[in-house]
Structures are given as structure tokens and as C-alpha cells.
Design a protein around this ligand. Structure first.
Ligand code: PLP
Ligand code: COI
Length: 358
């Protein structure tokens, strides 16, 4: 593929307005001045890579994605480190997962170095949008079928786009702990489905359960497996971990029905390197309740790029209502959170080579 064409936004947002927007950006509401677009078709492969002013897309009403939801995405963050440099956390892992999602959704793969270069191009031109302090720049690469055609088959044309959003904490007010609602009605993914792919459709089908959670005053929905409705899988947008009273960690295994989280994988590595016993094994909802009541379970937390590591302090549902630990953030959870964020923010050594300067 040829070089990226760069057309800077002729009307970037004024610096004082940007500074005001970065004061308290929340999550996913403040967007930068530019975007990256790369096109794909059967004849040319990936072509016409460009960095241009962020703006609306023009698509035909018969655009494939609007009908058959052939769409995948990623989420990762860029951080400003103490030297003033900007770094990405494990972008190669997101590039790999993006291609695994693409394969599942019958979409073309994108060379990993093109994926990473697209991120770097956008960060370089929009680096002033990275908030100071606790904030970061959330990058959202995505791809969709853009052929104008009605008929169920893989699209013959695709667009790959990267946008960026200046973000603070995902949960409002930077909550110290979240409550989760146990979905007994809906499941997220079954064997052979798209659970391990990061495709928009997974989120579309989860929204009603997330709405139910919010309706019951909870922050997130927790899904059980589709076959027995017994095993804890993951939250609407995060993986889960359990901290037992012997200091060991338990997390549901990857098996095609949950997203293979990069935060999850990083925590498994950090915990094992720190001598903590980690078991990737199924954990039943009844066991969760029993262990929380007996004290065998000390802590639970959610993890993901957006959520970082957030303590789960309460579980609610039709048949299950219980508090975890003392209802506040647990020591082990916060220790792991500090260890991970120190690597991401360049205040601790990076023994696993996860941090990539831009
Ligand atoms: N599970 C789901 C359903 C998610 O949406 C996410 C977030 O991307 C995760 C888990 C965590 O993945 P990661 O740690 O790669 O952000
Ligand atoms: C992420 O963490 O990147 C996600 O995609 C999850 C969503 C809750 C924003």
C-alpha cells in the first residue's frame, strides 16, 4: 500500500476551546480534529490511506453494514508519559485481535503494521488532545462492509477508519466500585457464535440486558453461559476476575464465547510474574454467591481498556443479591490496578515490552 496522504483539518478546534473540553471529558464524547481512512476492494486491496478532517461519512442507504452489520472494532489507549512522550499499550495485540475478528466476520485482514501506523499517524497529528493527568486518548479503529448491494454475502468493499476520543474515567464520577446485574433472561454468545469477535452485533444484542441493569440501578450487566445459564462469562464491556481468600485469582477461561481481553491477558502475565496463583477456570454464579457469603471470595473486579480495573462490589438479580467483601475496593484489586497503570503510564519498568513510543 502507498503512503498515507495527509490533509490537515483546515478548521481545527481553537486551543482554548480544546482546553475547556479536556477539563472533564467523560468517556466517548470529546473527539479530536482528524481521522484515518483506508479503503479496500477486491481489485486494489487496501488503498487510498489518508489522514483527513474528522467529519460525517457519506454512505448509500443500501450500504452493506446498514443491513447485515458486517462491522468490527477495537479499543486501545495512548498515554502521555512523564518525559512528555506519548505511548501506546500493546497495539500489536489489538492488531492481531482485529484480524481474528475480521476472519470470523468474513472480512479482509489488514496488515498489522498498517493498523499500528494508522494509530500513530492519528496520534501524531492530534497529540494535543491527550488530556493531562489521569486522562488518555481512546483510539477506536473499526472496519465495515461498504458495498452498495442488497443480498446476504460478504461485502466486496470495506472502509477501515480510526477516530480518537479524549477520555477520563469510564464510570461516572470515577466510581470506586460498581454493581452488576445478573442477566437471567438474555445471553451474550453461544458456542460457534461471535462471542470472541469484537463485532458491533455482539454489543447490539447486549443492549437490552444492559438497559435492564441500568433500570435496576446497576452499572453493568453480567452474562452467564448460554447452555447451562450457570457459568459466569463476562460483563457487557469487560472481563471479570475473582480474588480468593488464599490470594489466588480466578477468571473465566477463553472458549470462543467471551472476548479475549488484552487487559485480562496482561493481568494474567503480571499476576503470574508476581508469584500469584491464577486459574483460568469456570466459576458458577451459585459458587460466587456462596463464596461471597462465606468470605472465601475476598474481591471481584471488572477489567478492560475503558474500565481499566474497576472493583465489583455488589451483585444483584432476580435470585441473587449479595455484596462482595466490605462493599469497597479490595487491596489486591487496587494493587493490580496500580501495577498495570504504572507500566501504561511509564512510571514503572516495562519488562514485557508492552509500551510502544509513538
Ligand atoms: N469484554 C468485552 C465484551 C469488551 O467489550 C471488552 C472491551 O474491549 C473487554 C472484554 C476487555 O477487552 P480489552 O481488555 O482488550 O479492552
Ligand atoms: C473497551 O474497553 O475498549 C470497550 O470496547 C468496551 C466499551 C465498554 C467501551
Amino acid at each position: 500500500m502507498s503512503e498515507f496522504q495527509i490533509s490537515p483539518n483546515a478548521k481545527p478546534i481553537a486551543a482554548d476551546l480544546r482546553a475547556a473540553m479536556l477539563q472533564d471529558p467523560g468517556f466517548g464524547r470529546v473527539f479530536t480534529d482528524h481521522m484515518v481512512v483506508i479503503e479496500w476492494n477486491e481489485a486494489k486491496g487496501w488503498h487510498d490511506a489518508r489522514v483527513e478532517a474528522r467529519g460525517p461519512l457519506s454512505i448509500d442507504p443500501a450500504c452493506a453494514v446498514l443491513h447485515y452489520a458486517q462491522e468490527i472494532f477495537e479499543g486501545l489507549k495512548a498515554y502521555r508519559v512523564p518525559s512528555g512522550d506519548v505511548v501506546l499499550f500493546r497495539p500489536d495485540a489489538n492488531a492481531r485481535r482485529f484480524n481474528e475478528s475480521a476472519e470470523r466476520m468474513a472480512m479482509p485482514s489488514l496488515p498489522e503494521d498498517t493498523f499500528v501506523e494508522a494509530l500513530e499517524q492519528l496520534i501524531r497529528i492530534d497529540r494535543d488532545w491527550i488530556p493531562e493527568g489521569e486522562g488518555s486518548l481512546y483510539l477506536r479503529p473499526f472496519m465495515f462492509g461498504s458495498e452498495t448491494f442488497l443480498g446476504v454475502k460478504p461485502s466486496a468493499e470495506y472502509k477501515f477508519i480510526v477516530i480518537a476520543s479524549s477520555v477520563g474515567a469510564y464510570f461516572k464520577g470515577g466510581k470506586p466500585g460498581i454493581s452488576v446485574w445478573l442477566s437471567e433472561h438474555y445471553t451474550r454468545a453461544a458456542r460457534g457464535g461471535t462471542g470472541a469477535a469484537k463485532c458491533g452485533g455482539n454489543y447490539a444484542s447486549s443492549l437490552i440486558a444492559q438497559k435492564e441493569a441500568i433500570g435496576h440501578g446497576c452499572d453493568q450487566v453480567v452474562f452467564l453461559d448460554a447452555v447451562e445459564q450457570r457459568w459466569v462469562e463476562e460483563l457487557g464491556g469487560m472481563n471479570t476476575f475473582f480474588v480468593m481468600d488464599d490470594g489466588s485469582l480466578v477468571t473465566p477461561p477463553l472458549g470462543g464465547t467471551i472476548l479475549p481481553g488484552i487487559t485480562r491477558d496482561s493481568l494474567l502475565t503480571l499476576a503470574r510474574a508476581g508469584g500469584i496463583t491464577v486459574r483460568e477456570e469456570r466459576y458458577a454464579i451459585d459458587q460466587w454467591l456462596e463464596d461471597a457469603r462465606s468470605g472465601r471470595l475476598r474481591e471481584a473486579f471488572a477489567c478492560g481498556t475503558a474500565a481499566v480495573i474497576t472493583p465489583i462490589v455488589e451483585v444483584r438479580g432476580q435470585t441473587h443479591n449479595f455484596t462482595i467483601g466490605n462493599g469497597g475496593p479490595g487491596i489486591e484489586t487496587m494493587r493490580l490496578r496500580d501495577a498495570l497503570t504504572a507500566i501504561q503510564r511509564g512510571t514503572a519498568p516495562d519488562p514485557h515490552g508492552w509500551v510502544r513510543p509513538v
